[in-house]
Design a protein around this ligand. Structure first.
Ligand code: FAD
Length: 319
């Protein structure tokens, strides 16, 4: 009897699953940011854990839409086995907001031209367009899968990233406790790309406009400067490089050194307390430059540094 009861027990719901949606609103927030709102009845069960929750945005194939896209828990394996021309492209994005009661999810796309299929899609997105999101299932015990911001109970947070990390940083800022302290530094293409965001009084938010410079040109010196001033008053590390050329050289050296594996290391932060937690995301060589500085020069424990290469110059996201 017991055996048959055990056999009959339902399998736990998968942490991630596909949600069929269509675009209901498109708002061009700035020259390089577009917010797309996705709607659909299935989104009533979309995960609400927030923070830097990542999802996959599955794009339609011209003339075929999603007819070949596999459903179910084993979708990825089934997708890989399809012939290339029947494989929908997908890319990774962050949930900027979720409103289950309205059956809506917002995603903020950083536009970088029509070189990449996701950016090209977002530039043309219009109400009625169909899209599949692979995202967290609120009813699953694993609903927090895909969240990498795990600061434990540290005193100070350092959030740093480029425009692709802006949605995650903004969502994290809005969920930090009211007494949080630290800094968020977000490098964006132009001064017109500065967005408004709610944040605790003790967390300084600095938007850094690149204004035609290379990725990292404003972010790297700003992070170094903040760490030197805030964490190393006794001068335990060298000061920030001052010239753009010096930053470009640092970032280029890291780019040349990057291997093919995704640049990603997210420590389990639940045991952290006191001190500082750094969350870094954006272009891989910039993030590697920052991480090297924090760990090797500033002496931060690598368990206090989460770093995520969200994209890599000259490389499409692996399908
Ligand atoms: C966990 C995670 C969360 C992310 N969240 C977001 C998000 O919320 N919003 C967001 O906009 N992006 C986000 N990204 C980054 C996004 O997935 C990449 O930018 C992705 O490469 C875009 O796909 P694409 O099809 O436009 O370009 P791809 O086909 O992947 O790349 C084509 C070319 O464009 C270049 N490229 C890619 N992105 C950029 C860029 N931003 N600027 C300049 N050149 C670029 C590549 O180097 C490549 O040469 C996230 C990535 C990860 C891993």
């Amino acid at each position: 009897m017991l055996t048959s009861l055990v056999e009959a027990a339902p399998r736990p719901r998968p942490a991630y699953r596909s949600f069929r949606t269509s675009v209901s609103r498109v708002v061009r927030m700035s020259p390089h940011f577009t917010r797309v709102t996705f709607s659909g009845d299935e989104l009533a069960e979309f995960g609400t854990a927030g923070l830097d929750q990542r999802v996959k945005v599955v794009l339609p194939i011209a003339g075929r839409g999603f007819v070949d896209f596999p459903e179910g828990e084993e979708w990825y394996q089934a997708w890989r086995e399809l012939p290339a021309e029947r494989r929908n492209v997908f890319r990774t994005y962050t949930v900027r907001a979720v409103r289950p009661a309205d059956r809506e999810v917002d995603i903020d796309f950083a536009l970088h031209g029509d070189l990449g299929p996701a950016s090209a899609w977002a530039m043309q997105a219009a109400p009625g367009d169909e899209i599949i999101l692979i995202g967290p299932d609120e009813l699953s015990p694993g609903r927090a899968l895909g969240i990498d911001f795990r600061p434990g109970t540290v005193d100070t947070v350092l959030l740093a990233g480029d425009e692709t990390a802006a949605p995650a940083i903004c969502a994290i800022l809005e969920q930090l406790p009211a007494d949080a302290s630290g800094v968020a530094m977000i490098e964006v293409p132009t001064a017109e790309d500065v967005l408004s965001v709610r944040s605790p009084a003790g967390v300084e938010v600095r938007w850094l406009a690149r204004g035609g410079g290379v990725h990292g040109e404003r972010l790297v010196p700003a992070v170094r400067d903040w760490v030197v001033r805030t964490c190393c008053a006794q001068g335990c590390i060298p000061g920030a490089p001052t010239s753009s050329a010096a930053v470009r050289d640092l970032v280029a050296a890291e780019n040349a050194d990057l291997e093919d594996a995704p640049l990603w290391d997210v420590p389990e932060g639940s045991s952290l307390d006191g001190d500082c937690y750094a969350w870094l995301a954006g272009e891989a060589s910039v993030i590697k430059t920052l991480r090297r500085f924090l760990v090797r020069e500033a002496g931060m424990d690598r368990r206090q540094v989460a770093f995520m290469g969200y994209w890599r110059r000259g490389r499409a996201e692996l399908d």
